[in-house]
Design a protein around this ligand. Sequence first.
Ligand code: GLN
Length: 378
Amino acid sequence: LIAKLPHVGTSIFTQMTALANAEQALNLSQGFPDFETDPRLTQLVAAAMEKGHNQYAPMIGTQSLRETIVNKYKAVYDVDIDPSEELTITAGGTQAIFTAIATVVGAGDEVIIFEPAYDSYAPTIELFGGKVIPVRLLAPDFQIDWDYVATLINEKTRLVIINNPNNPTGKVLGNEELNKLGKLLQGTDTLLLSDEVYEHLVFDGVEPQSVLSIPTLRERSFVVASFGKLLHTTGWKIGYCVAPAMLTREFRKIHQFNVFSVNTPMQIAIAEYLKDIAYVEGLAGFFEKKRDLLKNGLKESRFKVLPCEGTYFLNLDYSAISQEKEFDFARYLTAHHKIATIPLSAFYKQATDQQVLRVCFAKQDVTLLEAVAILNKI
Ligand code: GLN
């Protein structure tokens, strides 16, 4: 066997969740809600099945779901998207990311990613022969030096990947930063993949951002988002990719032989459910309260809570408690204090010497209060 990804093991999310289960620990590691989605939504899925929506959906996604998405972009950003030429429904965000990379990255192409980065980017780039060019950003502010990024762009730079809001840092790139990126890419052949799956989870008055509202970026971007984070249904694996018609045509050639089409009843149900766009707006406040519950609960603890403007992740600096490496400390906390987290180093190609753990606050208030009680004792 010639291994295609010899240096890759099981993802840190799978590992830490397995460890949490084995240790019967509170699981704040992998990002998923421990509460249910709205029963009205599951009833709509059942209704769609009973009405006979049980065969293949169109390859590009059902019309009603594509229209729902188009309406969302119009309402939130005043941006027009063509639902038949520029939008494809995918089996979750990660699959859309995989397909976008497969669409444009080939042998010898360079792809710039910002670390800490979501764990799927680098292996997917490598699978298609691309070379990962990491830009290492460090706690506590994970600031991007755009002048430095400019020095990395050359004729081999095929793609830049951003994740906004960022998992795991919780940072949001605002209009000013996105425009800086737009200026850097203008006049080059470099494309952009903007992973916007946490788009609507933004706090403290921060507005949702999409590169679709910046023309120089839109014309060269794949924008990926997902319903898992929006509807508390990470297990449904439904997302989408928006890209200019020319890129979408190529994306779909790969999509049709990989996924073909995404399950029909859930697409029908989600479209029906999201007819009321207000749902999207209420979501930020819901998660902001959870972030504050955890953040305020840790004020007197020995953990230093790093800033979080978006996503459902909070980073905890434990340097006042221990100098142990993040992986070791995360394992120790799981086994001895019965709380599972994610070492931030998992999001870097090479482990850092920081002492930071990521926790997920998409949890019931009772779970968060339990976490606060444990963390305050450490
Ligand atoms: N996006 C989720 C996280 O960051 C995990 C997704 C996965 O397990 N692949 O925790």
